[in-house]
Design a protein around this ligand. Structure first.
Ligand SMILES: Nc1ncnc2c1ncn2[C@@H]1O[C@H](COP(=O)(O)OP(=O)(O)OP(=O)(O)O)[C@@H](O)[C@H]1O
Ligand SMILES: O=c1[nH]c(=O)c2[nH+]cn([C@@H]3O[C@H](COP(=O)(O)O)[C@@H](O)[C@H]3O)c2[nH]1
Ligand SMILES: NC(=O)CC[C@H](N)C(=O)O
Ligand SMILES: [Mg+2]
Length: 511
């Protein structure tokens, strides 16, 4: 089925992904593309949205999209920079505003009888974030709305289905933002709201069957949300031709290898557990540099995968749980490629010698959409509700070199912490939690004896996508109990601290 879909052209706004989220919440499929890399087949999009931008249309670096295939042909909504761009280069005027306009404002005028503003109250709250302002509209523009400070807060172009707004409909603080997007997409552009988890499953299963035929597919299963949902979706499409491999890298949580394998029983999946702990620990021996560790782990994953793939006769495809945030190529505001903070090592990019083709059934979805697809597939909430866990596992939570004794200590500490969160009904309220083993010994006293043992740091964060995060204000009573339990139960630890750093500047994992 060919969906009606929306194209979002990105000019580097920090809110571009939010626009996509809002559109998806309306059960409408959309894609983000950089403004200067238009996808082919523009005519297949039913509507186009232009994002905001950190640039000014007045500067030499202003970004110039080629809208010739869009203007007056496809319904167009221009937000902030987009609205300024349309005005400035179509006979209007954009100038620096006297005061920078950030934050809350209320509409003071709405033109009557406009579909675009249907069911939106006259004084509706909107969110502004701009330092330029549209002084004069192009001559063929019609003013649709104003605020106290911004006369040209919304306009349309006569004879086109082109709408422009200075404020941001995608942010939560624009109270009727979603309604406005719905008015534009559904009432004006006439898109159907039929993009649901159920329809996604149905279509993707069809597509996978067509693409894969009777081919065999191998998939790395981690116990995490993405790979589990990818596995169940593929299994629905190709059944026994899907071979799942779950690797014990010796760096998993306590008893995780066994419990994850057990959890997958009864789901009909063909899962092979491969215990490669010794291989990973050998590869890590003596390495204390975080990037070196990640690389050693990445190499080991590839070796294990290569060995396992050779055992499956005629396997042609490697399936991955890649999701949308991993593939969006947005415009970097600074122009240059962003710095590598950490090399994320999953089974991700396999080297060419493996000759497997890649299939990524979730690559159009955001994380919460993956969860909703998981629900539609009937996957248990104990899998879907799992905190994210990094592929390199506890290795990047043990600072300094890795030994099996340190892994054991951290597994115990982590288990007391995570089980505690579950008992106190806190686990589901937190995005991710874990413990770090620090390369620090400190003096303690236990039963009148001096101890000189390890220190652990607990970390619990709130986040939506892991890109930014804040530490969780855990109840003192809980911290008190869990700290006591850890020191009493885990031999080798005599001190517990709680990490109160946000991301940025700290990252979630310590390495
Ligand atoms: N222990 C493992 N065995 C096999 N494959 C693994 C293992 N750990 C990670 N992978 C592979 O690496 C991929 C990326 O891991 P990542 O942690 O980003 O995603 P996930 O585990 O599927 O989901 P989540 O983000 O919820 O943890 C997984 O989808 C999986 O294919
Ligand atoms: O699969 C993964 N392979 C990795 O190499 C990796 N490094 C970090 N993470 C997870 O990514 C999120 C952000 O982590 P950081 O703030 O530490 O970069 C957090 O959820 C981390 O757990 C990883 N996941
Ligand atoms: N949010 C935006 O798109 C801002 C546009 C432009 N950079 C301005 O400051 O006015
Ligand atoms: Mg994971």
């Amino acid at each position: 089925m060919q969906h009606n879909k929306v194209l979002i052209l990105d000019f580097g706004s920090q809110y571009t992904q939010l626009i996509a989220r809002r559109v998806r919440e309306l059960n409408i499929y959309c894609e983000i593309h950089p403004y200067n890399k238009m996808p082919s087949g523009i005519q297949d999009y039913t509507a186009v949205i232009l994002s905001g931008s950190p640039f000014s249309v007045r500067s030499d670096e202003a970004l110039h999209p080629d809208l010739s295939a869009i203007r007056a042909r496809i319904p167009l909504l221009a937000v902030c920079y987009g609205a300024q761009y349309l005005a400035h280069f179509s006979g209007g005027e954009v100038a620096p505003s006297n005061t920078r306009e950030y934050g809350r404002a209320n509409l003071s005028y709405i033109k009557e009888g406009e579909l675009f503003f249907e069911n939106i109250p006259n004084n509706s709250q909107v969110w502004m974030s701009h330092s330029d302002t549209i002084k004069t509209l192009p001559t063929n523009a019609i003013l649709l709305a104003s605020t106290h400070d911004v006369k040209n807060a919304a306009y349309k172009i006569e004879g086109e289905q082109t709408y422009a707004i200075q404020f941001h409909p995608e942010v939560y603080h624009t109270t009727d933002g979603k309604k406005l997007l719905e008015n534009f997409l559904v009432k004006i552009a006439k898109l159907d709201q039929d993009w649901t988890p159920d329809s996604f499953v149905e279509e993707t299963v069809d597509e996978l069957q067509n693409k894969l035929g009777n081919d065999k597919v191998v998939l790395g299963l981690s116990g995490g949300v993405d790979s589990s949902v990818a596995a169940v979706l593929l299994h629905k499409a190709i059944g026994k031709n899907l071979y799942c491999i779950f690797v014990n890298n010796g760096l998993l949580r306590k008893n995780e290898f066994e419990s994850v394998l057990e959890q997958y029983e009864g789901m009909g999946l063909n899962v092979k557990g491969v215990d490669a702990s010794a291989r990973f620990l050998n590869a890590l021996a003596g390495i204390d540099d975080p990037e070196e560790k990640r690389k050693a782990i990445g190499r080991s994953f590839i070796e294990v995968f290569d060995d396992e793939a050779h055992l499956i006769e005629d396997v042609k495809w490697l399936a991955q749980g890649t999701i949308y945030p991993d593939v969006i190529e947005s415009v970097s505001a600074t122009g240059g490629p962003s710095a590598t903070i950490k090399s994320h090592h999953n089974v991700g990019g396999l080297p060419d010698f493996m000759k497997l083709k890649i299939v990524e059934p979730l690559k159009a979805l955001f994380k919460d959409e993956v969860r909703r697809v998981g629900i539609s597939l009937g996957i248990d909430s104990s899998i879907l509700g799992r905190h994210p866990f990094p592929g390199p596992g506890l290795a990047i939570r043990i600072l300094g070199d890795i030994t099996s004794e340190k892994v054991r200590i951290l597994q115990e500490v982590d288990s007391v912490f995570i089980n505690g969160l579950k008992e106190w009904d806190l686990y589901d309220k937190i995005w991710q939690a874990g413990a770090m083993l620090l390369p620090v010994n400190s003096v303690g006293v236990m039963g009148d004896e001096r101890t000189y043992e390890k220190c652990v740091a607990l970390r619990a964060v709130e986040s939506t996508d892991g890109m930014t995060a804040d530490w969780v204000n855990l109840p003192y009573e809980f911290l008190q109990k869990v700290s006591n339990d850890i020191i009493n139960k885990v031999k080798g630890v005599n001190r517990v601290v709680y990490d109160i750093s946000s991301k940025p500047p700290a990252t979630i994992e310590w390495e």
